[in-house]
Each structure stands twice: as C-alpha cells, then as structure tokens.
Design a protein around this ligand. Structure first.
Ligand SMILES: Cc1cc2nc3c(=O)[nH]c(=O)nc-3n(C[C@H](O)[C@H](O)[C@H](O)COP(=O)(O)OP(=O)(O)OC[C@H]3O[C@@H](n4cnc5c(N)ncnc54)[C@H](O)[C@@H]3O)c2cc1C
Length: 411
C-alpha cells in the first residue's frame, strides 16, 4: 500500500499536491475548512483565472524562497503546468503571455482539479478545520486532530495559505500549525494590495485610470519603480503598478519608515522633453485659458488637480501664467509626491508576503525541523508579482511537495 498522506488546506497548492501525491501511488486525504475546496481560485483574475505566465522565473518572486523557487520552477514550471491542464482537458488562452483557461472562467480550473481529485481517489473532507498536527516519535506517524477525531499519516503537507483574503479561508492559522514544529514565521504583510495615501485631494480624482510610472521611496531613497495602468481611488493608489509596490511599502511601514510614491503622469517624458513639450504648446496655444490649454494632455480631472496644486487658476490665460507656476506644474506632471500611510489590508490583498521561512525547508519543500512535514503554496515566505505568478507557485510547489511526500524524498 502507498504512503498515507494528509494535505491540510484544499486551495490551489493543496489540490495540486494531493493530485501529484496520488499520482505517485499514495493514499491521500485533503482537509479543507470551507464547505468546498478551491474557493479562492474562483475570484482570481477577475473571475477568469490568470493561472500562469509565459515569462517565468525566480526573478518574478520575492521573499526568503526565491533561490528555492528557481529549482522548483525549473522542475515544474509553465511548460509542465500547461501540459498538466491540457491533459485534464483545458484549452488555454494566451493574452500577451498571460495564461487563462479558454473558457475565461476560473471555475473551469477548479472543476478540472476537482474531477482529477475524484479520478485519483483522493479523499476530501470539507468543512473540517484542522486544529492540531502532532508527530508520534515512537510510531513515526503524524496525528491530525480535527473536531475530536484523530487520524494517522506517514506525511503531512501544510497548504493552508497565508493571510490574504481571509474570507476565502486563509486566515493565518497555518502559520500557527507550522510554529508548533519550531518554524520561524517571516512577518506577514499584505502584498498586491492598493496603497492608502495621506492627501485629501484623492476624492477629486477618484475613478480615473491612466498610464503612469510610480517610484517608491523609502526614507527618501528610491527602492523600486513600476509602470502600468494606475487607478486612482478616493483613498489613494490602486491598479497593478500600485499593487506591485505594496509588499515593499508594507514592510517599510512596519519598520516605521517614511514611505512616499512619486507619480509621473507623463511616463514617456523626462524633464527636458517635458519642458520643450510645454514650450511648444505655449507657442501654439498661449492665448487659451489654462483649462482649455491643458485639455488633451491627460485625463481632465488630473489636469485640474495638478493646476490647483500648482496655484494656477483654470481661467488664467496660458501665456500670463508666471514661469515659476509652470515649473511647479511640470514637476507635478512628472513627479507628484504622495505620502503612503498604509495598505488596503489583508482583507483586500491578493497575496500575503511573509510566512514559513524558506531557510528552514529543503529543496523538495520538506521541513528541516520535522521530517515528513512538507509545505506548499502561499504558506511559505515567497510571493510573486501580479500576472499568474502566485498560482504558478501554487502549482509548482504543490507538485514538488506532493511528489516528494509520496516518494519519501527529504532533500
Ligand atoms: C482576489 C484575488 C485574485 C487573485 N488573482 C490571481 C491571479 O489571477 N493569478 C495568480 O497567479 N494569483 C492570483 N491570486 C493569488 C492566488 O489566488 C493565491 O496565491 C493562491 O490561490 C494561493 O494558493 P494556496 O493554495 O497556497 O492558498 P489558498 O488558496 O489560500 O488556500 C488555502 C486553503 O487552506 C484552507 N485552510 C486554511 N487553514 C486550514 C485548516 N486549519 N484546516 C483545513 N483547511 C484550512 C483554506 O480554507 C483555503 O481553502 C489572487 C488572489 C485573490 C485574493
């Protein structure tokens, strides 16, 4: 008989781990606290599930596990993931390298995983939150305690997720299960979430979407930059470029450092080209009132906000605006500074940064503290950028942990 394996958490990583372990001949039981498995998958990619990306590699990940990710992704990366889902029957749609099910339904991915769990005779207990995991040194077996019942296993895979989107089940309790085996938890913070900013002007521009370049400054030093479609909200910055800066901002704020973002609304222009752009515009349209003069540069609400912040009136004739006011206006188009006071929190984050310290797991994702205990998915201190990287980590790490647990691999 194959090894008895328990998977704690039936999300993307847990389901993948269970399928792969069962594929190796193990008898697998999944414990999922929700009434159904894979709830989070349904909300991914705006309901369409961006399950991977053709541009793949450890450089798209952060945390203590980036070196580990290199090997894990090399063994089971985007090529193997596409082949895996194709073998389950899924047609794939490629949007500039971003991969989705051709049905454009996240439920397709979940359904195919559920059917495969059935096909491989994986036992799934839903509505069962595991409260304790213990190891009996004499019997060399793990005990799973849930609702008073105890079951024994040769290996356990912890795939409880992190703390992001706790309404989908990942509320951080997996970290406590890992801590009981002596694991260090790298401080969890929201990653891929919107940034809350101090200024009151955001109400004037809420709802605007525009191409922008964002530079994150921590204690006055530039640390990272992103470009893409910025979404302005009544509380601050959202959209993919803001999401990508979130984990760095969150850690800096946790360390009580000052965090600001510099926004360029004209990301293709540097200072010199911006100056000549305005000089030429002034030569052609200097007689216009400023509201008219600026029309067509970027979204009207942004033009008006930047005018106001520069101390320029909307009905002032462009050629009468003092040179210093134009200098301020150009600076605001290229480098509007905004103070970040927080993130949108775990409730509205897509991913959790931090988690089980990857220095304490082997290359096949087994615990160095407790042989036979494995990890998969977001519970580990590794988080990917926006664009299919977090689900890819779930598929890759789930495969690594599932196969290793079934084959009794340790390194
Ligand atoms: C709104 C949103 C959109 C996203 N979009 C994308 C996207 O398009 N592409 C992408 O790559 N990533 C996306 N992500 C991120 C991605 O969904 C996650 O990184 C990934 O699903 C994590 O998988 P996981 O299995 O590690 O954790 P989870 O999906 O969080 O699963 C953990 C599971 O464990 C269960 N559990 C926890 N504790 C216990 C316990 N004690 N006992 C039993 N069960 C337990 C939970 O109920 C949960 O079902 C998105 C996330 C969100 C919130």
């Amino acid at each position: 008989m194959g090894r008895q394996i328990a998977v704690i958490g039936g999300g993307a990583a847990g389901m993948m781990a269970a399928i792969q372990a069962a594929g190796e001949g193990a008898a697998v039981t999944v414990y999922e606290k929700n009434e159904r498995v894979g709830k989070k998958i349904l909300s991914t990619g705006n309901g369409r599930c961006n399950f991977s990306n053709e541009a793949m590699g450890a450089e798209f990940y952060h945390g203590s596990g980036t070196a580990l990710a290199d090997g894990i992704l090399a063994a089971f990366g985007v090529v193997q993931t596409k082949a895996f889902f194709a073998s389950l029957g899924m047609r794939i749609r490629d949007r500039d390298g971003y991969l989705y099910p051709a049905s454009d339904q996240a439920s397709t991915v979940l359904d195919l995983l559920r059917y495969e769990l059935d096909r491989r005779r994986v036992t799934v207990h839903t509505g069962e939150a595991v409260r304790t995991v213990s190891f009996d040194r004499d019997r060399k077996k793990f005990g799973i305690g849930q609702q008073g019942e105890d079951a024994c296993y040769d290996a356990v895979i912890l795939s409880c997720g992190g703390r992001a989107a706790p309404n989908t089940g990942s509320d951080g309790n997996g970290f406590r299960l890992a801590e009981r085996f002596g694991h260090r938890i790298v401080r969890p913070v929201p990653a891929l979430a919107a940034l809350v900013c101090k200024e009151s002007f955001y109400r004037q521009v809420a709802g605007v979407r525009c191409d922008a370049a964002l530079t994150l400054l921590v204690a006055g030093k530039e640390v990272c930059a992103e470009r893409g479609e910025l979404q302005l909200t009544d509380y601050g910055l959202s959209g993919i470029p803001a999401f990508q800066l979130c984990r760095t901002a969150a850690y800096a704020l946790l360390d009580h450092k000052s965090v600001t973002v510099r926004v360029s609304f004209l990301p293709d222009l540097d200072e010199a080209s911006c100056e000549s752009f305005f000089r030429e515009r002034l030569a052609a349209h200097g007689e216009d009132e400023m509201d008219v003069f600026l029309t067509g540069i970027v979204n009207k609400k942004i033009n008006r906000l930047l005018m106001k912040l520069s101390g320029i009136r909307e009905n002032e004739r462009a050629k009468d605006v003092p040179a210093e006011a134009f200098v301020r206006l150009r600076k605001h188009y290229l480098k509007l500074e905004t103070v970040v006071t927080g993130t949108n929190g775990f409730d509205r984050a897509q991913v959790c940064a931090g988690g089980v310290d990857c220095a304490e797991v082997t290359t096949c994702l087994m615990s160095k503290k407790q042989p036979g205990l494995y990890f998969a998915g977001e519970i580990l201190d590794i988080d990917g950028q926006c664009g299919g990287y977090n689900l890819q980590w779930a598929w890759s790490s789930g495969t690594a942990a599932g196969r290793a647990a079934a084959r009794k691999e340790r390194l």
